[in-house]
Design a protein. Structure first.
Lengths: 478, 300
């Protein structure tokens, strides 16, 4: 089965007022109406899976995914317990949860499934599922917000999720349970007195909603750190859900957005927003944070290796991911000459050579591997560790990354992947990897139709399993 | 009515690993031991108080996190299953605990009079946080003393460590007043770790002690600095350095428990007894007792 897709996204508020007390305040009532509107839209969409990323479920050991097929309990909010209790009984897609967990591991993420009787489903997830899926007709899956995760890890979490959505042919809805500004009043208030805590919070909330209304989700994602500094109380989770939601939507900026409601919940900004994948606008990207396919961050901290005594304060995701020599020999800037073609979007060479060279009507590419530009990470994982110990890796992910890198170099030269004429592929383990490599080839370059030669070799300069040497048609030089 | 008394103040951390390693009948998972340094520390704390008569335990838990003021459990009994949302593989505990509602209400009322935002929690479906249960179990496994459980007002998140501390010192002051006015003998407990940087991975056997160590040397230095102050009666220095400690050691004192405890003890100038120190998944944890009963001049 294939061709699964994300058919919609929603942003919904977390506090229990919309379930327990919508009649006590007009704004809470409008949020409830918007929730009901969203539920109707989801029902009519024929979605077969709801995926919730909740900011009110913090986790430490990577991300956690609910895998209990029928969690049942009674939820009482830590702050708003006087509003009452919310009994719940949910329909969880246990298999999807396990598949997502495996997909996370393939992309280098630490995660685990959770299926324990009495596990406390968090308030944000409970509110979202009670209102968006009132009859439990659509199975759901819930993932935590890892307190130590940064953008790279959160983005890869989304990509791993979409790997499973696509592979299993699901029609999925992504939901972030979150506040916009999250500064609440620190004293009890009368419901009639509720309002956004400050004009500054309100101004930022409206800016966020303006962008979302225009479908510019990736812009909001790239502003996450700024938004967090400006209008977020320093709770254990940052303004991460936009990273996840944008990742679920292929980091697009041309969705069709509609703000269904925006109101205060004890001072915090609560909004119900629908993002439809139908393209709108130009979708240009105004910022330039690197994309990331594979998480190569903090790991093996319990294994007593050389990282053991490092100061964890310096072990943030960025510093590790950007470590230039992590996956092999030193990196070089590509050499420049009259006919050379070099791309900042392609991985740096491991020697003194260009990414490509134009000769007449032809373009000769240096051998292209799967390493990622900027981070030097290897999608699908390296084939061995720093000590030469073999590691499990995903040849399909590596092959796809090679094709992506070829595409970037060709685009730098003004061409496309369709210009490829001839490919020589090198595999370090023909027996193990040929089939997976061949499958990705068939879906990518195989559709273009270049000639191909595949060779088995003993090793490549970096711990990768596949490299391709390409000759392509050259577009006219500028 | 005779005058109330604080018989001891304790720093008594709550990582659920400790209950897991003890294998009490209330907890579902089974362990092969682990974290013995800390569990022996709790043993020494219990032995230290074995002959001491007291009526109630007043406990502030950083895992009942409230953003709208400070809350108090306000019903006589809570019975339920507590599953740790972070370590559900280790902690699924069937609890049955009694609350000293009268004392809770007295502290609540004095706090309200002092201008603090406070609420009594009276929803019977409320699940008590695992931090309160872990410390409650490790301190008093027989659960034969009623508790007052106080939430952690996250004022540090909203304002700063300084503002948090100002509020917790005030809460500690009225807690002390309420206890002394109640005629009861009470143990007060702050349930928090010191440095609080976790590993983000867990070994296949969680209780594999060959994998356990402090997260970093910087965290160790901060923990030892605080312990030195504990052991030499320099509580005021702890309060003075709280902003730096909380920020640089990512300390769980951000929840206000330690500041509240020291204020409740009237900022002791006598030594605390270090019963144990150890790390749990990278965090630093100390079990400390201030034997106020031996310092009557300071405890009344």
């Amino acid at each position: 089965m294939s061709d699964g897709e994300l058919i919609g996204s929603y942003i919904v508020p977390v506090h229990p007022h919309t379930v327990l007390a919508p009649e006590q305040n007009e704004g809470w009532g409008r949020l409830r109406e918007a929730y009901d509107d969203a539920a109707q839209r989801i029902k009519e969409s024929e979605a077969d899976l709801l995926i919730i990323y909740s900011t009110t479920w913090p986790s430490i050991i990577g991300h956690q995914i609910i895998a209990d097929p029928n969690p049942e309990w009674v939820m009482v909010d830590h702050d708003f317990h006087e509003l009452g209790s919310i009994p719940y009984s949910f329909n969880i897609d246990e298999k999807f949860a396990h598949d997502w967990n495996k997909a996370n591991e393939k992309r280098g993420l630490k995660s685990r499934t959770v299926a324990y009787h009495g596990f406390p489903i968090d308030v944000g997830s409970v509110v979202a599922l009670k209102l968006l899926n009132p009859d439990n007709a659509i199975p759901a899956v819930i993932v935590s917000s890892n307190v130590y995760a940064n953008r790279a890890e959160t983005t890869v979490l989304a990509k791993a999720c979409m790997d499973v959505v696509k592979a299993t042919g699901r029609k999925a809805i992504a939901i972030t349970a979150m506040s916009l500004s999250n500064r609440m009043f620190t004293k009890p208030i009368e419901p009639k007195d509720d309002r956004i805590h400050s004009l500054k919070d309100d101004e930022w909330n409206r800016k966020i909603l303006e962008l979302l209304g225009e479908g510019r989700l990736e812009d909001v994602g790239q502003l996450s750190r700024t938004i967090h500094r400006q209008i977020r109380v320093n709770k254990v989770v940052a303004f991460k859900p936009m990273w996840w939601l944008s990742g679920m939507n292929s980091n697009r900026n041309n969705l069709t957005g509609k703000v269904l409601a925006y109101e205060a919940l004890h001072g915090a900004g609560g909004a119900v927003v629908h993002l439809d994948p139908t393209p709108s606008g130009t979708g240009d990207i105004e910022y330039d944070e690197d994309d990331v396919e594979y998480f190569a961050g903090e790991r093996n901290v319990l294994d007593g290796d050389k990282k053991e005594n490092q100061d964890f304060e310096s072990l943030d995701v960025e510093s590790i991911s950007e470590e230039p020599q992590k996956n092999g020999p030193a990196l070089w800037d590509p050499t420049e000459s009259k006919d050379s073609v070099n791309s900042a979007a392609a991985p740096k060479p491991v020697g003194a050579y260009p990414h490509a060279r134009r000769v007449g009507d032809l373009l000769y590419l240096s051998g292209v591997g799967p390493r990622q530009p900027g981070t030097n990470a290897i999608p699908g994982g390296p084939i061995h560790d720093a000590d030469g110990k073999p590691l499990n890796y995903d040849i399909k992910a590596q092959t796809q990354a090679v094709v992506d890198n070829i595409t970037r170099i060709l685009e730098e030269a003004g061409g496309t992947i369709d210009d490829v004429l001839d490919v020589t592929s090198f595999l370090v383990d023909m027996d193990r990897d040929f089939q997976g490599y061949n499958e990705v080839w068939a879906q990518t370059l195989g559709q273009v139709g270049p000639t191909r030669t595949t060779l088995a070799i003993r090793a490549l300069p970096t711990p990768i399993a596949v490299e391709m040497k390409v000759i392509a048609k050259a577009s006219k030089a500028e | 009515m005779s005058k109330g008394e604080i018989v001891a103040g304790c720093l008594a951390p709550h990582p659920p690993h400790l209950v897991y390693a003890e294998n009490p009948p209330q907890n579902e998972p089974i362990a092969e031991g682990g974290w013995e340094q800390l569990r022996w520390g709790y043993e020494r704390l219990r032995e230290s108080l074995a002959g001491v008569d007291y009526d109630a335990i007043v406990l502030l838990s950083p895992h009942w996190q409230t953003y709208v003021g400070t809350h108090f459990l306000g019903l006589p009994n809570f019975k339920n299953l507590s599953v740790d949302p972070v370590f559900p593989n280790l902690f699924r505990y069937h609890y049955d605990l009694d609350i000293d509602v009268e004392l809770a209400q007295q502290i609540h009322d004095r706090a309200a009079d002092a201008g603090l935002a406070v609420t009594m929690m009276k929803n019977p479906d409320f699940r008590v946080d695992y931090g309160a249960i872990t410390t409650g179990h490790m301190f008093n496994p027989s659960w034969d003393k009623p508790l007052v459980v106080i939430s952690s007002n996250r004022s540090r998140d909203y304002y700063s460590v300084e503002v948090m501390q100002e509020m917790m010192i005030e809460l500690g002051r009225v807690t002390r007043e309420a206890i002394l006015a109640s005629g009861k003998k009470v143990v007060v407990i702050a349930s928090n770790s010191l440095s609080h940087r976790h590993f983000t991975t867990e070994s296949a056997i969680p209780e594999d002690m060959s994998k356990e160590h402090i997260a970093s040397h910087a965290m160790h230095l901060w923990d030892m600095r605080m312990i030195e102050y504990f052991r030499t009666g320099q509580a005021q220095r702890i309060l003075d350095e709280m902003p730096e400690f909380t920020e640089q050691a990512i300390a769980e004192s951000d929840g206000g428990g330690l500041s509240w405890l020291l204020s409740t003890l009237d900022v002791p100038t006598y030594p605390g007894i270090l019963h144990g120190y150890g790390t749990i998944i990278g965090t630093g944890n100390a079990i400390v007792e201030w034997p106020t009963r031996n310092h009557k001049e300071a405890s009344e």
